[in-house]
Design a protein around this ligand. Structure first.
Ligand SMILES: *Cc1c(COP(=O)(O)O)cnc(C)c1O
Length: 413
């Protein structure tokens, strides 16, 4: 890869050749892919992009760590809409607000960006089996992207994973191990199995290519905004791989001169499970927390990308915000009703965070904000119904309809 220099340990700085199987550093630190920005700048311009038809994440190939000869995996990942939301902005008291709906990816979450990259790298490695552990979305997205590419998957999920995600896994033909325990327990078993059988490892903390896939959400947001940098980008945080990827993408664009400043990140976590935000707020090392939230995708008590995530929040001079499950459910309703965007609980946590920061006056009237919705609400219908209520249920009878409307105070004359 002419545009990639190496994989460098973020802890001790040791450098490795960036082969598909590079894992963690000898010191235990996680690796970061280092690019030759001079080379990229000489070969990649905004004009190149303007003339490119491909709407997927692979339109940014010059900034992705794949060989020139590597085929893009089959599913159409990326190219999700960025909606300007003036009514929601007005309600929250913001100057401008955009919602990036990444729940519209093929398996309905932002994780597809990482899984497509995992499939590309597994192919480069000549692997035929990929494995991961996941709270649910990394799993279903890996299963889908691998199925499309003809690869076999072994997937470890905690038994609490919502049915919609498990249904996806079974449909995509993964061998699914539902671990009776926490996400931490799930991760440990997957790690032992991967060591034992030598499968390609899609675990986001171990594989440095995954946040490179996720960074395409930042590249897309900036291109969709015509390179006009917002003041803030808000996103929900579990393991921390997503926010780290978001930041990497922004820094890449800054390094090659596509954007002239960097936004501040907003790291949104659930109040019942916020080890990374707590570490920032109290300015001390992170410590494990219980996984106490209905937002299953970010119920991560032992974050696997803590170092990269904390670095991203700190470097961006970011804000941290913790929201309760009630605030998450309210945001789900608000996004649905004001924007027509249906997010799963973890998907809307960033927006819940923006709302809370507006109410606290931490951000406001002069600020421009992008809020990323990271996963689709159809993955977890039970929680959506809990948040938004049940429909009017009656037999087919006009008298009963009139009565039901009257009971609800719906006045149609
Ligand atoms: C995985 C996930 C996140 C958080 O990503 P991390 O890399 O674990 O921080 C947020 N929202 C959804 C819907 C997810 O699936």
């Amino acid at each position: 890869m002419k545009h990639v220099k190496c994989a460098r340990c973020i802890r001790c700085g040791k450098e490795y050749e960036a082969t598909p199987n590079v894992t963690t550093c000898d010191c235990g630190g996680i690796l970061d892919i280092i690019y030759d920005y001079d080379y990229i700048q000489a070969n990649f311009t905004k004009e190149t992009l303007k003339n490119r038809q491909d709407p997927t994440m692979w339109r940014y190939r010059e900034l992705l760590p794949v060989e020139e000869s590597t085929e893009a995996p089959p599913l159409r990942v990326g190219g999700s809409p960025l909606y300007e939301e003036p009514r929601l902005a007005a309600q929250l008291g913001l100057k401008k607000l955009w919602v990036k709906d990444d729940g519209l990816n093929p398996t309905a979450s932002l994780k597809d960006r990482a899984s497509a990259m995992a499939v590309a790298k597994a192919r480069e490695a000549g692997a035929e089996v990929i494995a991961c552990s996941s709270t649910g979305n990394a799993a279903s997205s890996l299963a889908g992207n691998a199925a499309a590419a003809g690869l076999k998957t072994y997937i470890f999920v905690p038994s609490r994973a919502p049915k919609g995600k498990v249904a996806q896994l079974m449909t995509f033909g993964a061998t699914v191990i539902s671990v009776q325990g926490t996400y931490e327990d799930t991760f440990e078993l997957s790690k032992a199995a991967i060591d034992r059988w030598g499968w390609y490892n899609r675990n986001a903390a171990i594989n440095p290519y995954l946040s490179e896939g996720k960074k395409t959400v930042a590249l897309e947001i900036m291109e969709q905004l015509n390179w006009q940098v917002p003041d803030y980008i808000a996103i929900s945080v579990g393991d921390g791989c997503t926010i780290a990827g978001l930041w990497k993408g922004l820094k890449d664009l800054h390094a090659i001169g596509f954007i002239d400043r960097l936004p501040r990140l907003i790291s949104a976590q659930a109040a019942g499970c916020c080890p990374l935000n707590r570490a920032i707020a109290e300015n001390k090392p992170w410590e494990p927390m219980e996984e106490n939230t209905l937002a299953d995708s970010i119920a991560v008590g032992v974050p696997r990308n803590a170092e990269k995530a904390l670095m991203a929040i700190r470097e961006s001079n970011g804000l941290v915000v913790n929201v309760t499950d009630e605030e998450i459910m309210a945001a789900q309703k608000l996004l649905g009703r004001t924007c027509g965007v249906f997010g799963e609980p973890a998907g809307v946590t960033g927006t819940a965070g923006v709302k809370k920061l507006c109410e606290q006056g931490a951000i406001g009237a002069n600020d421009t904000v992008v809020s990323v919705v990271t996963g689709n609400g159809l993955k977890d219908v039970a929680n959506a119904i809990a948040a938004c209520g049940e429909p009017i249920s009656i037999p087919s009878d006009m008298e009963l309809l009139l009565k039901a409307f009257a009971d609800k105070g719906i006045d149609l004359q």
